[in-house]
Design a protein around this ligand. Structure first.
Ligand code: PHE
Length: 337
């Protein structure tokens, strides 16, 4: 090869390099073009370098200068293009609107908590406030003040979890009735949610610890009409205006008369509607008012107690109460809103 031929080859490389470089659109295309042009072993520049060594000694200075010039021009173009291609690749990734969004973790309140909140909201509109009491109770508040006779079977070990001679885990939220009446003068209208404990086996319909929701209204002149009207209104608001409710007799030592309220529900199992008991209620027994230090000739009241887990189960068609205790996120996240 002559010097002229060598300089021509340099010129040709300098001429087509810009177009080759300009069409490299992605980082991988760019890497390929770079190898073809300035790769150390078989690139076009490497070929020129090999030919340079074969030129006559007096031609090498001019040839060397020419090839170095082409090299630095191509490298400058490559550097410029590389920056553009990399930026475009980053931008394309950031702007890919078809890329699925990363799923956000959504926390949720427990279905039983949601039921309690919803019921509390309805009773708040009806003038009730929230009251709380301890889960570790005395026999007095859990039983005696609530007019349980001394030999009542619920006081036996098989139903109640005792912590000591006189202390126990409350078996219901009714002790909050007496504690509230001792602390606040009537008119009293409270809702008391909380955990209660019983020596029960953990099966599909029982749990040794569960939530209860107690209600209490005490004032002068309160009658069974107030109980029926308030609880019916609650059911209308909670279940919808057309829902039928019915009251039937029931027994609890701390109410007289005692009743239960049933709601007509469709559990969605194809068996149609049926009556489901949702709460126990009644007029507060005079002995309970007296135990709390109130004059039972002057004051009367009514109370109810319900299990929000049962309500959540009937509402969502949950067949087994244990699901509510499993903390299985696949179940719980359905209630996220
Ligand atoms: N405490 C009762 C129970 O545990 C429910 C109840 C509360 C009944 C208030 C009447 C009035 O089942």
């Amino acid at each position: 090869m002559t010097l002229d031929e060598f300089l021509l080859a340099c010129q040709r490389l300098a001429d087509d390099a810009p177009a080759r470089i300009a069409v490299a659109a992605s980082p991988s295309e760019f890497a390929e073009v770079r190898t073809q042009l300035v790769g150390r072993k078989q690139g076009r520049l490497a070929d020129l370098m090999a030919q340079l060594a074969a030129l006559p000694p007096e031609a090498r200075r001019d040839a060397g200068r020419a090839v170095n010039e082409v090299k630095s021009r191509i490298e400058a173009l490559l550097d410029e293009r590389e920056a553009l291609v990399a930026a475009a690749a980053r931008g394309a990734a950031a702007q890919d609107l078809t890329m699925p969004a990363r799923r956000r973790w959504r926390g949720s309140l427990h279905p039983v908590t949601l039921v309690i909140d919803e019921i509390a909201e309805i009773f708040r509109e009806l003038g009730f406030t929230i009251a709380l009491g301890p889960e570790a109770e005395t026999e007095f508040y859990n039983f005696t003040s609530l007019n349980f006779p001394a030999d009542h079977p619920a006081m036996e070990l098989h139903d109640t979890l005792y912590l000591g001679d006189d202390t126990l885990l409350r078996t219901h939220t009714s002790p909050v009735q007496v504690r509230t009446l001792q602390q606040y003068a009537p008119p009293v209208r409270i809702l008391a949610p909380g955990n209660v404990y019983r020596r029960d086996f953990f099966d599909a319909t029982h749990a040794p610890s569960f939530m209860q929701l107690e209600g209490l209204a005490v004032d002068e002149g309160i009658s069974f009409v107030d109980l029926k009207a308030t609880l019916s209104e609650f059911a209308r608001r909670f279940y919808g205006g057309t829902r039928r409710v019915r009251f039937g007799p029931s027994y609890f030592p701390f109410v007289e008369p005692g009743a239960q309220m049933d709601v007509e529900v469709d559990l969605g199992d194809g068996k149609g509607t049926r009556w489901v008991e949702i709460l126990g209620c009644g007029m507060v027994h005079p002995n309970v008012l007296e135990a709390a230090g109130l004059d039972s000739e002057r004051y009367t009241g009514w109370a109810f107690g319900m299990g929000p887990a049962r309500i959540a189960m009937s509402r969502h068609g949950i067949p087994d109460i244990r699901i509510l205790y499993d903390s299985d996120v696949r179940f719980l996240e359905q209630f996220a809103r």
